[in-house]
Design a protein around this ligand. Structure first.
Ligand SMILES: Cc1cc2nc3c(=O)[nH]c(=O)nc-3n(C[C@H](O)[C@H](O)[C@H](O)COP(=O)(O)OP(=O)(O)OC[C@H]3O[C@@H](n4cnc5c(N)ncnc54)[C@H](O)[C@@H]3O)c2cc1C
Length: 480
């Protein structure tokens, strides 16, 4: 596929800053819930500096990352989000160096970095508690190997930081607007209508509307193929504050950030600190018992504790402090034929096109990668005629990697959820021996694996996009 993207940046940094300042005023002066002054995002044709008008559906982490990246590329960006506000809810997230290097590049507010917990050690335990493997100085090793930190964060802190940065860059938000339908077929621009009856048009719509994507329904039609499918597992998600935990040993455990995996037959658990060691996040991953159509439900605490009653006493002590908990069905989907439509006015990112098991903590990280690649490629588009090539380039750079990560999450499940058998005994021996960095051999914990860790954490999305641009006129080889 030939790439004919311009190598010329459209705007000087100075010009971008000026535009950002102007747009910040617009965004704050016109609250998103107020009636729209105009239903049309500034069209690329009407602007002398040939900016694209881009609508992003969804202000999740993927949508917000893409908003920042596209705005930094000099385009006019509007985000349409069904929620009334960018909320303060959520649980923990592990942001791996491939994600954190993008947050650094995007210059998210400095205060965000004060809210994270940076784990010093990673432990893999047998379910009953024995330590099978421990990687010490994980924090320093991550920074020195990958040039960016591995941080555990509260989703709300990250979402707020991205939201603030997007506002600073002049992104406009339409909150409390649920996209109902899209009109993209057979036209060069794209139009969408919200449940409240508003219509928005733009050069490009980015479907960042998550697992149950309405944009994907338009792309594939309302067919079984467009629906997510159960992975067979569900997650209990727990967040405890230091005040919830009365046991001083456990409070000390939380204050000293580390990551713990407990692996057992058909299930595993993950625990890590958040907010500078003031919160503890636990995710329990077990076989799915929710009815087919239920994706989330309030769970019985007693049932949850019973499921883990033969596990590590430390984990059980933490679970003893849980008052209420939800369980979430974990979904994925068949690989999409494309992430870009034929008209090149609709493109996908994040969970809307590659939902995965959270077993490598890559759902959000890879959605940030998507946004970074897309925005970087779009920064080189100086006229709308180049949009199609840029989007094809995006798909070539991202689709294989996104789908390879999805497959790797299932491989991690196979290794972590082994029933007790000979293979599990060999797995435990390999874990006890530790990873062979000299021989680059595979290791059952991909978090510490010489093959998988560099591939996941060493990926620099912006550099990959720039490489694709530099190779203009040559076939694009995706670097997974
Ligand atoms: C238990 C668990 C633990 C996880 N842990 C990690 C982790 O440690 N690290 C990690 O990287 N990932 C993790 N993930 C995955 C991660 O949460 C998701 O992959 C990621 O949040 C996807 O981001 P997104 O922006 O693509 O979608 P979403 O976060 O789902 O955002 C979609 C947005 O679109 C909006 N929207 C939807 N439909 C419409 C509509 N019609 N109109 C307007 N707005 C709409 C939604 O309100 C939402 O704000 C975890 C997931 C689970 C379940």
């Amino acid at each position: 596929m030939g790439v004919v993207l311009s190598l010329l940046r459209k705007h000087s940094d100075k010009k971008k800053a000026k535009k950002a300042a102007a747009n910040t005023n617009t965004a704050t002066a016109a609250p998103a819930t107020a009636p729209e002054m105009t239903k049309t995002v500034t069209s690329s044709g009407s602007s002398s500096d040939e900016r694209l008008s881009i609508i992003i559906v969804g202000a999740g982490l993927g949508g917000l990352g893409a908003a920042i990246s596209c705005a930094m590329g000099g385009h006019n960006v509007r985000v349409i989000e069904q929620a009334k506000e960018i909320s303060e809810i959520g649980a923990g997230l592990q942001i791996t160096p491939n994600g954190s290097r993008l947050l650094q590049h995007w210059k998210v507010p400095e205060a965000f970095w004060g809210t994270v917990a940076e784990p010093t050690d990673v432990y893999v335990h047998r379910f009953a508690g024995d330590v099978l493997y421990r990687e010490e100085d994980f924090n320093t090793r991550m920074r020195s190997k990958y040039g960016a930190p591995f941080v555990d964060v509260h989703r709300a802190d990250l979402q707020q930081a991205l939201y603030k940065r997007a506002l600073e860059l002049g992104v406009t938000f339409s909150l409390d607007e649920r996209v109902d339908s899209l009109d993209v077929a057979g036209r060069t621009d794209a139009s969408l209508t919200t449940v409240s009856g508003k219509t928005f048009t733009a050069d490009l719509v980015i479907g960042a509307d998550g697992l149950w994507s309405q944009c994907r329904k338009t792309f594939l039609g309302d067919t079984p193929r467009s629906k997510p499918i159960p992975t067979g597992d569900l997650a209990y998600r727990i967040v405890l504050t230091l005040d919830d935990i009365r046991d001083e040993d456990l409070r000390q455990w939380v204050r000293n950030p580390t990551v713990h995996f407990w692996i057992g037959p058909g299930a595993h658990a993950v625990g890590y600190s958040l907010r500078n060691g003031e919160m503890y996040n636990i995710v329990l991953l077990v076989p799915d018992t929710l009815p087919g159509e239920v994706s989330k439900e309030t769970a019985s605490v007693a049932e949850m504790q019973q499921l883990f009653s033969s596990w590590d006493p430390t984990l059980q002590r933490f679970l003893g402090y849980v008052d209420s908990v939800d369980k979430w069905k974990l979904m994925h989907m068949e690989e999409l034929p494309h992430w870009v439509n034929d008209e090149a006015n609709l493109v996908f990112l994040g969970d809307a096109c590659h939902p995965m098991l959270p077993y490598l903590a890559q759902g959000a990280n890879s959605s940030l990668e998507d946004g970074a690649v897309l925005g970087t490629l779009l920064a080189h588009v100086k006229e709308k005629a180049q949009l199609k090539t840029a989007l094809h380039s995006y798909e070539a750079v991202r689709k294989q990697r996104g789908e390879a990560i999805v497959r790797e999450t299932f491989a991690q499940r196979a290794d972590f959820h082994m029933v007790d058998c000979e293979a599990q005994v060999s797995r435990d021996q390999v874990l006890r021996a530790g990873p062979g960095w000299e021989t680059q051999s595979a290791f059952p914990s991909r978090w510490n694996c010489p093959k998988v860790q560099p591939w996941l954490y060493g990926y620099d999305a912006i550099a990959e996009a720039e490489k694709a641009v530099a190779k203009q006129g040559q076939p694009i080889q995706a670097n997974l």
